[in-house]
Design a protein around this ligand. Structure first.
Ligand code: C5P
Length: 301
């Protein structure tokens, strides 16, 4: 209440939540004056981050050390969480898969992983425990998300099965539907006897989403339908065929919201074929809107 410097002036003037991170000598911390002041401030709704115990700058050992900056940052972030997904385990697939042809070549697609990573970040912000199974991408792991890197569709399925059980699966990965039947042990050479062409025999990959959504312990299952035509028709067909709770349809023919873009616009379809549309905005915002919708549906169930 003195307000004779910038910090205490701000504390008096703000409507924001206030947290205290004590940093002092152990005897000062123990002192009755400090403890009485603390009780008063906590009674006014101020939160307490720490202090930690351990060796102190003056050579003493005991309670009074400031928490590590990273712990303070995480505790501060917690003040803003809506916690709509508290206590839930959310499994998210993201990025492309790579299917090897030989030791130097592979088949892949244009997925950047941005949507899946934005969803992982939003789910962690909403209080969920998040496992992110990602194909090869160039993205940093969001805070408090445990990430498993994989290469092929079969690796991705194995990683998802290991991460089960989960409450929600969001399959945002662009999984290769087919892989070369045989992966050549050595680099394939140009074969003059086969003329100008080359034939590569492909076989179907497992459908990760349909496999997990078909289990007895199936989670609330959310798929993506990235289409270039007949968007809503193909999306509703996938919802039914893969036994999903929600499908997120997006039109990848539109370059401003397609693969590798910064923005997205989506229409979500549920089992009653009700459509919920989210207008074009950043993938981060779309992710938060989608996580809010999933949390509402989980609460309804
Ligand atoms: O059938 P389609 O590939 O269009 O379905 C897209 C949805 O299915 C996405 O959610 C994608 O992550 C998932 N999928 C999958 N495993 C596959 C193919 C697609 O999990 N092999």
């Amino acid at each position: 209440g003195v307000a004779n410097d910038l910090l205490t002036t701000l504390v008096l003037a703000t409507d924001a939540p206030i947290a205290l991170a004590p940093a002092m000598n152990q005897a000062m911390w123990r002192d009755a004056a400090t403890q009485a002041n603390l009780e008063l401030l906590q009674g006014r709704g101020m939160r307490l981050f720490g202090p930690a115990s351990g060796s102190q700058a003056c050579g003493d050992v005991g309670l009074g050390r400031m928490l590590e900056p990273n712990d303070l940052a995480l505790l501060a972030a917690d003040c803003f969480q809506r916690q709509a997904l508290d206590g839930l385990h959310i499994l998210i697939t993201a990025g492309p898969t790579q299917e090897n042809i030989d030791p130097v070549r592979y088949i892949t697609n244009h997925s950047s992983g941005k949507m899946g990573f934005a969803l992982a970040e939003a789910a962690a912000e909403a209080g969920a425990k998040v496992t992110l199974v990602s194909g090869p991408v160039h993205l940093p792991t969001p805070d408090r998300v445990s990430r498993i890197d994989v290469v092929s569709a079969r690796d991705m399925l194995a990683a998802c099965e290991t991460a089960m059980p989960c409450d929600v699966l969001i399959a945002a990965a662009a999984v290769a539907d087919y892989r070369p039947e045989v992966v050549a042990q050595h680099k394939l050479k140009k074969d003059p006897s086969s003329g100008e062409g080359m034939l590569l025999q492909m076989v179907r990959n497992p459908d990760i989403l349909a496999t997990i959504a078909g289990r007895d312990d199936r989670p609330f299952s959310v798929g993506f339908a990235a289409e270039t035509e007949n968007l809503l028709e193909y999306a509703s067909r996938k919802l039914r065929d893969k036994n999903l709770d929600l499908i997120v349809a997006n039109d990848v023919a539109n370059p401003s919201i397609g693969f590798n873009s910064e923005e997205n616009a989506i229409t979500v379809i549920d089992r009653e074929l009700q459509q919920i549309s989210f207008a074009q905005t950043s993938k981060g915002k779309i992710a938060r809107q989608l996580i809010t919708l999933i949390a509402e549906r989980l609460n309804k169930n």
